[in-house]
Design a protein around this ligand. Sequence first.
Ligand code: GLC
Length: 392
Amino acid sequence: MLWIAAAFILSLRMPGANPEGALSVLMEPDGTGTWRMLIAQFEKENPDIPIQMVEGPPATNAREDLYAASFLSGKAGFDIVYCDVVWTAKFAAAGWLRDLTDRLSRQDLNDFLPQELEAGSYKGRVYRIPAFTDAGMLYYRKDLVESPPVTFDDLERQARQLQNGNRWGFLWQGKQYEGLTTVFLEILWGFGGEWIDAKTKQVYLDSREAVKALEFLKKTIGTISPPAVTSYIEEDTRTLFQAGRAVFLRNWPYVWTLVRESPVKDKVAFVPMVHAPEESSAATLGGWGFAVSETSSRVEDAWKFVKFITGTEQMKVMYERMGRIPSRRSLVPAEFVPIIEKARMRPAIPEYAQASDILQRWVSAALTGRPGCEEALKKAAEETRALLGHAK
Ligand code: GLC
């Protein structure tokens, strides 16, 4: 990973790679061209502030590593940070982000979704301005499913009944990366379990509920989910589902817009994630925003861009073209409100990336290899306690 990071940062210094005077930002792959379009609009309105968008790898944790390596290098790297909800605490605690609290208008403070504002804050100060929100949900083929599943058992049963030689029952994101943490949490919470209490730093991974959650996921592999599910990220599962190759899909809201331009366009609906009978459904809160890097020498210009890209009109475009749910209350489409409302934040602690890495490693080990679910979670709990300095 380190050599990739180094090569990446070096590439920014190559002649022609960073147009003179341009502000740089590391983004996701711009599959729909929407980011380029919005940036072009900004540059038209602000010809003296060109933006250099670098398209990084699709996995959030891979881009987080690139940002971290850039900040740690001590050189002026990116001016603007395209920032996941789970990066704020670490980046703010490390002093990598500008405090933007006093720049927010009262109107913005009232309009942004409270959970997204909170996810952009650290110790009461705002560092990341929300652009769009995310929450995990369950898509299904309404032409095949009579009544959408509510419990884990319903999902398993219906998936078995409706899968055939051409389509699998259930697709989810099983690669060892941040997406696996988000999926595992929805199952864990759906069984009534917990991961880490952000306030007390108590760790609950060696619980019965956690074992049930991991066993549920493991049992799907090769039965209702393809064996390769342990190597899939969001886009792998979306493309398969859109091609009619599965009955159920766990993914984020963006799929809703894209699926309606696909061969299964009139055959898809969604519900909140399934759960254990006595529990309720849970979604992992996701979402992205923009922050100004502490190392930028062009704070005012960078802020101009952040303000623009998180504006109402830009959010409408992000929704229409990319299916990203606007982070402003006034713009959230009604059908997503029940799912967004249930979304729960991953622990907002500076050690988040390491804690999630431990979870990903052990969950992935149990899914793909030998350690039993109970043993893997016991190890994950021990390592997490050591990380957080909390002996139970
Ligand atoms: C989505 C979410 C983000 C999450 C990621 C995991 O991009 O918005 O919060 O960390 O998926 O893959």
